[in-house]
Design a protein around this ligand. Structure first.
Ligand SMILES: [Zn+2]
Ligand SMILES: [Zn+2]
Length: 106
């Protein structure tokens, strides 16, 4: 029987593994292994390790329902403000009082 060959890189079968990924335990060549936090990790594990922490999963956005509700509230506030302004307009000042005439009646 032939002696067991050196462990090959999981991604490059022709290359002998330079080390093991300390996360998944598979053998990888030097190119595939990247030191991460003092440990060697393969590309896939590195992506998993750095993925959630490095890049935000999704941009902070409001759910469509909440956005619609906010829009409705905004619209209502504008409408209410406009209505309040219009309702307030006639009772402002003495618009009901006719202009004083200086005794020049016909
Ligand atoms: Zn790995
Ligand atoms: Zn490799």
């Amino acid at each position: 029987m032939t002696a067991p060959a050196a462990i090959a890189c999981a991604l490059h079968p022709q290359r002998p593994a330079a080390g093991r990924c300390e996360r998944c335990g598979r053998g990888f060549c030097r190119e595939c292994l990247t030191p991460h936090a003092g440990r060697l990790a393969c590309a896939a594990c590195l992506r998993e390790l750095a993925g959630p922490a490095a890049a935000p999963a999704r941009a902070p956005g409001l759910p469509s329902g909440l956005a619609a509700l906010l829009g409705l509230i905004l619209l209502w506030s504008v409408y209410a403000g406009l209505g309040w302004g219009l309702a307030r307009l006639p009772s402002d000042g003495h618009s009901d009082v006719p202009t004083p005439v200086h005794g020049s009646r016909p």
